[in-house]
Design a protein around this ligand. Structure first.
Ligand code: CA
Length: 652
């Protein structure tokens, strides 16, 4: 594929940022970039190696329209391309920017290392971080820290979608605070929000971007919608999710309160991070201070565009590497994040990813990492650098990747919306599916590196996809397809992942009833989780099934093996199955230290029942037709019948 070329800047100067010479002269390893506050004084340090002059400007307000300047002070050139200045007095709550002269031109930019910002992220803010900590914050920790990645059940959710529906029963719609509300119910009195999540049994909430992004005007909150894959300030929470985006402190405090509340309810928090590109390469603060440094460009100054978002991050450059690693450490230490999902991680190099995993795990081995390891064409600026793509998975053992093989085998190719997959009648998928059930698609060396899913925020959700691919089929049949997909995901080795609401047949429709794919800037009416649908018996039935699958998986460590050798030893596929059905036996230590039990899993995607001879003995049935859980549904021996489009699981 030919490389996509982004915008050409008019006056391009090649500083040779990726050369050894530049890096040895200007790599600053200190941890004090940004504003370091104390009651007595604040020190500002900026990395601006090609600047001719730097000033820090203090403002009373965070809005760009407010011109009241408190101070403007020249900064002194320091080591490794940094400039710094200490200003005496308590600057808590003061907003600031850097004015930098590069090539004779003066620019004013936000601090790339800002920890708080004013409205729309144009000015940084000096913050007393401790004042933003909720009571008990020092005791807050990951409630699932004993779990490893394959024990996780991940629930991918957008802050707005979770509460914006008129029937959510949640007061603070579309905000961090909305996630913390308890006792909320839909119009039928059924639990919604946090109570609902807790009951479902998931272990990790994965939040779509919650750092400060650029596509929403924070001053007119909730007028426009976006998923938020357009980073502006990497180390600051998004303002439109706070109850007051004007005061830089509020978003920090409310995001911490959200994390603490989720933790107190047994739920770990994963953050979606988008280091692979920025909202706008020209105006991104680091690119203004050090012209174009953060982004990959060719010899003529054209931005590389493997991300299809206008620019790709030059993670291979020493100070971008430092920046990304420090940013992750910051979210982990300051906000107690328990995991990170890397958007288009295939554009970042494996050195930065391994540095992240190593440095985080040195402090917190319980933090999980996964990302989109798609192979995209990008203009790497150094030789011999490898990218964090699926095919390099063995080089990034601490990083898991989304398994699109499983996804596409189950529902059909993501790019062919009417194509069917294994769950809805496509033939010839059995052999390929077996490797995926083992958590070992062709690129993955271990189930701990394989994220298993059938849908996520991208493209159609699974229910809408089924409607598009199977016109005229009944709701009951579509629900059966969906149950089968969920059963394969949860009964496979790997890390199971659910798109919020898929468990009760979430649909994204506009007001004319059109199904919407890639709804990244559609209104809340399209994107919100429709909580009243829990009242529909078919929708509610699918939810009960997901809940049962989660409980069953949690009760059996045999589904949560970590290595390829453990899986190969534990799983045996049965040969005498009919049609497209798949049957396998797992024999592994089921409860730590206790006797191994045997589990038999049978998937029947056929439109008629099949029968199968059970291995010797009496088997207890836990999953059958539309029921799943940790309660025995019946017993069987000899031959057993598996109804059409369903899963059966038996334990001996
Ligand atoms: Ca923002």
């Amino acid at each position: 594929m030919e490389r996509e070329i982004g915008m050409l800047e008019e006056q391009y100067i090649d500083y040779n940022f990726s050369s050894e010479e530049f890096e040895s002269k200007y790599t600053y390893l200190g941890k004090d970039l940004g504003a370091t506050w104390s009651v007595e004084a604040t020190t500002f340090r900026i990395w601006a190696p090609v600047a001719e002059q730097c000033h820090v400007i203090g403002y009373k307000e965070g809005e760009v329209s407010s011109k009241e300047v408190l101070f403007k002070v020249g900064m002194k050139r320091g080591e490794k391309g940094t400039w710094s200045i200490t200003i005496l007095g308590n600057l808590e709550g003061v907003y600031y920017t850097y004015q930098v002269v590069v090539n004779g031109e003066s620019v004013e930019a936000c601090d790339p290392y800002a920890k708080a910002v004013g409205i729309n992220g144009k000015r940084a803010m000096v913050l007393n971080m401790e004042r933003c900590n909720p009571p008990g914050w020092e005791k807050d920790c990951n409630p699932n820290k004993e779990l490893t990645s394959t024990d996780a059940v991940i629930y991918e959710m957008h802050i707005r979608d979770f509460s914006s529906d008129q029937h959510s029963g949640i007061q603070n719609k579309g905000t961090f605070v909305g996630v913390t509300e308890v006792g909320t119910v839909n119009s039928y009195g059924q639990s919604t929000g946090l109570d609902y999540l807790k009951d479902l049994g998931i272990t990790h909430v994965h939040l779509l971007p919650v750092y400060d992004y650029g596509s929403i005007d924070e001053s007119v909150r909730n007028e426009t919608y976006n998923w938020g894959y357009d980073p502006v300030n990497y180390n600051v929470p998004e303002g439109s999710y706070s109850t007051n985006a004007w005061d830089g402190e509020v978003r920090v405090r409310e995001m911490k309160e959200m994390v603490q509340t989720l933790h107190n309810n047994g739920i770990s928090v994963v953050m979606d991070v988008v280091y692979n590109h920025v909202y706008d390469a020209q105006t991104f603060c680091m690119n203004q201070i050090v012209p174009g440094y953060f982004s990959r460009r060719d010899e003529e100054g054209r931005y590389s565009n493997g991300s299809y978002c206008g620019n790709d991050t030059a993670s291979e450059r020493s100070m971008v590497h430092q920046y990304i690693v420090q940013s992750i450490l910051y979210w982990m230490e300051e906000y107690h994040m328990d995991g990170f999902r890397f958007d288009l991680v295939g554009l970042l190099d494996i050195k930065v990813m391994n540095a992240i995993v190593e440095q985080v795990h040195r402090v917190r081995p319980d933090v999980i990492f996964y990302g989109e390891g798609w192979d995209m064409p990008t203009g790497m600026t150094k030789d011999h650098y490898k990218l964090a793509i699926q095919m390099n998975a063995q080089l990034t053992p601490g990083l898991a990747y989304f398994n699109d093989s499983m996804r596409d085998l189950l529902k059909g190719s993501y790019s062919k919306e009417t194509e069917r997959g294994y769950i809805n009648g496509a033939k010839g998928k059995v052999e390929a599916l077996k490797a995926n059930i083992m958590g070992l698609p062709y690129w993955s060396p271990a189930p701990a590196q394989t994220v298993q899913y059938v849908s996520c925020h991208d493209d159609f959700g699974i229910f809408d996809r089924l409607k598009v691919a199977c016109p005229g089929e009944t709701l009951e049949t579509l629900a059966a397809y969906n149950r089968l997909a969920a059963a394969v995901v949860f009964l496979s080795q790997g890390i199971p992942f659910v798109h919020a609401g898929e468990e009760f047949l979430r649909s994204k429709q506009d007001k004319d009833g059109n199904l919407i794919s890639n709804s990244y800037m559609e209104p809340d009416e399209v994107n919100s989780i429709k909580w009243n649908e829990l009242h529909d018996p078919v929708h509610a039935g699918v939810r009960e099934y997901y809940k049962g699958l989660i409980a069953f998986r949690k009760a059996h460590p045999a589904f949560r093996l970590r290595t390829a050798s453990e899986v190969r030893e534990a799983i045996r596929f049965l040969g005498d199955t009919s049609g497209e059905s798949i049957a396998y036996r797992i024999e592994a230590k089921d409860i730590q230290g206790e006797e191994a039990s045997q589990i038999l899993v049978i998937f029947n995607p056929e439109t008629s029942p099949i029968s199968l001879s059970l291995p010797e003995g009496e088997w207890k049935i836990y999953i059958r037709e539309n029921q799943a859980g940790i309660r025995i549904l019946g017993t069987a021996n000899g031959r057993v019948a598996i109804p059409e489009i369903s899963t059966m699981v038996l334990v001996k």
